[in-house]
Design a protein around this ligand. Structure first.
Ligand code: ADP
Length: 577
């Protein structure tokens, strides 16, 4: 007890102070005395004393009032009242105002006083400890309530953020659903851009896709953009775009050091976002003035639709490849069918050639044997046999020549010598050649040429072969007493030559096929032939830059025609391979 605790004694009787000081000071208490009520009240400040011992019966201001005043100034001050036994009423009042104890005068055993002071000090310490605890508690409480406030604020912000993003998240979900359902990437891109305008309030956006290592190309943009697209048309404008593609990081106008093309007329506060999917940058999205508060939602949106879009693009590629494969398969099947057809035709041709060669060979052998066996036969008969042998040799020669001719023309190994020629002279010559055979079969063969036809630029041997082929076909197919008309007319810049007969004609479905190799329209009815004559003629005419064709009606006859270019003076006679 007595660790420099301060005790104030208030009593008009200084003897009381002395008495108490004599006993308490030696125990380490600091003692102070006030003989006057007002003086006492002035001395007491919060925390200035630990204990006050006050006489109940003070003049002017009585002890109980002093006690009240003290408690008002310092509620932790322990106040012990003292008085005579007759002051019991005041003592009661004092206890009511939280006096710590009542010491009865005259003091007898100091032990009682010491005990009372000890109790008061203990109580005071308890009070003080309580006070400290209370302070700590209050501080902890304050901290806690701050934390609660902070968390509440965060929650409120988060709530607001969620509310803010509701629209955007709905757009994301909508966009992804659309992408999943969509089968057309262009349409999907339109929807993406629409979503940006509607829910992110981005007025201008432009979507570019990289195509297999090439520069990104614009595949979608806001409808309002129009001429603004020019900003991405030059190579220079690709600077920031390429940087985004290369780094895979978003870039904005504040970070980019290089020049933006045309002084950023349309995209004033641009930002470029990479569209990443499967470890590669698929393309970029350029937007004008994105809302900074919504950047996170925008990034989620871009990531989600990039994923959807890349799936769609893959799907489209697979489909395209599938289609291409199907088309190639179709082409191959057609080519195969054509090859099989050609193979069949060739086999057919070989059979025919063998047959056609064997027939004259058989008769050549037979007639040669006859000449050898019957040496004594009349010369005339032997000569007849020799004539037959000669004519059969001629047939063989034609056959072989035809075949070799086509091979040569087709492989481009024939040298044509183009020179100006008169169509009429050429036709007159061939009509006269065939006249004798025609007469023998009572076939009328007429030549009808327009007057003053211009010269044509031709290889005479080649065109002679064409005319000869057409005439020999006409002779072959025209019945006795039939009619063959050979004609020439001007169809500027060509001269058209035609050979018309009134033979059996050609079925409609065979009209163009008769110009193919080994194709015969009347194999069953007409013996001989190889199906090569018209194919040779077509080759020769095409090498002349002309056209060959046939008009025919079954049962009425056929009209074969071909055109030859008019010879112009400026065109020198050339030798073409
Ligand atoms: P070939 O006469 O040796 O069979 P071509 O190539 O000259 O070969 O003729 C092909 C086919 O065209 C003939 O087999 C015949 O069916 C048809 N053809 C050609 N000319 C006539 C014609 N003047 N009248 C009717 N059919 C013809």
């Amino acid at each position: 007890m007595g660790l420099q605790e301060k005790i104030l004694v208030v009593d008009t009787d200084q003897g009381v102070f002395k008495y108490l000081s004599a006993r308490l000071a030696k125990n380490g208490f600091l003692m102070q005395y006030a003989s006057d009520s007002l003086e006492a009240i002035e001395l007491v400040k919060p925390g200035s004393f630990d204990i006050a011992i006050v006489e109940v019966d003070m003049p002017e201001i009585n002890g109980v009032t002093i006690l009240k005043r003290f408690k008002e100034i310092d509620p932790y001050l322990q106040v012990l009242m003292m008085g005579n036994t007759g002051d019991a009423r005041q003592a009661m009042g004092a206890l009511k105002y939280k006096a710590a104890d009542f010491l009865v005068k005259p003091f007898g055993d100091f032990g009682d006083i010491g005990a009372a002071i000890g109790r008061s000090l203990k109580e005071k310490r308890l009070h003080m400890e309580n006070k400290a605890l209370l302070k700590e508690l209050e501080a902890a409480n304050r901290e806690l309530s701050e934390k609660v406030k902070e968390k509440t604020r965060e929650l409120r912000d988060l709530n607001l953020l969620m509310l803010d993003y509701t629209e955007e998240l709905a757009t994301v979900i909508q966009g992804i659903t659309y992408l999943q359902m969509s089968a057309d990437s262009r349409q999907a891109v339109e929807k993406i851009v629409e979503g940006l305008e509607k829910n992110f309030r981005i007025d201008k956006a432009c979507l570019l896709l990289c195509e297999q290592g090439n520069m990104p190309v614009v595949i979608g943009h806001s409808s309002s953009l129009g001429p603004g697209l020019m900003e991405f048309s030059s190579e220079k404008s690709m600077g920031p775009v390429m940087e985004t593609v290369k780094t895979g990081r978003s870039l904005s106008w504040t970070e980019y050091a290089g020049d933006w093309p045309q002084g950023r007329k349309v995209f004033k506060e641009w930002a470029i976002f990479p569209m990443r999917a499967r470890n590669e940058v698929l393309g970029v999205l350029i937007v004008n003035a994105p809302d900074r508060e919504k950047l996170d939602a925008l990034r989620i949106y871009i990531n989600m639709f990039t994923l959807g879009l890349s799936n769609l693009l893959l799907f489209e590629e697979v489909q395209k490849n599938g289609k291409e494969l199907a088309a190639k398969k179709d082409e191959l099947e057609k080519a195969n069918a054509r090859l099989r057809e050609l193979d069949a035709l060739k086999t057919n041709f070989m059979n025919m050639v063998v047959h056609d060669i064997r027939t004259p060979l058989t008769s050549i052998k037979a007639y040669t044997d006859l000449i050898i066996m019957y040496k004594d036969k009349p010369e005339k008969t032997k000569e007849q046999f020799a004539q037959i042998i000669k004519s059969e040799c001629g047939r063989l020669e034609t056959l072989v020549n035809n075949f070799l001719n086509l091979e040569k023309i087709e492989s481009g190994n024939v040298d044509f010598v183009f020179e100006p020629a008169c169509a009429q002279d050429l036709l007159e010559h061939f009509v006269s050649v065939y006249k004798a055979v025609a007469d023998a079969r009572k076939i009328k063969i007429a030549l009808d040429c327009e007057k003053d036809l211009p010269l044509v630029g031709i290889d005479k041997d080649g065109i002679g072969q064409v005319v000869s082929n057409l005439l020999s076909n006409a002779m072959k197919f025209t019945p006795e007493n039939g009619d063959i008309r050979v004609g020439a007319r001007l169809l500027d810049p060509f001269v058209e030559i035609s050979v018309q007969d009134n033979g059996p004609g050609i079925p409609g479905n065979m009209l163009s096929a008769v110009f193919n190799k080994f194709t015969q329209a009347h194999r069953k009815k007409v013996k001989g032939g190889t199906g090569l004559g018209l194919a040779i003629a077509k080759n020769i005419i095409e090498r002349h830059g002309g056209n060959i064709g046939v008009e025919s009606e079954e049962g009425k006859g056929s009209r074969f025609y071909f055109t030859l270019k008019i010879h112009r003076e400026a065109e020198p006679g050339t030798s073409l391979k």
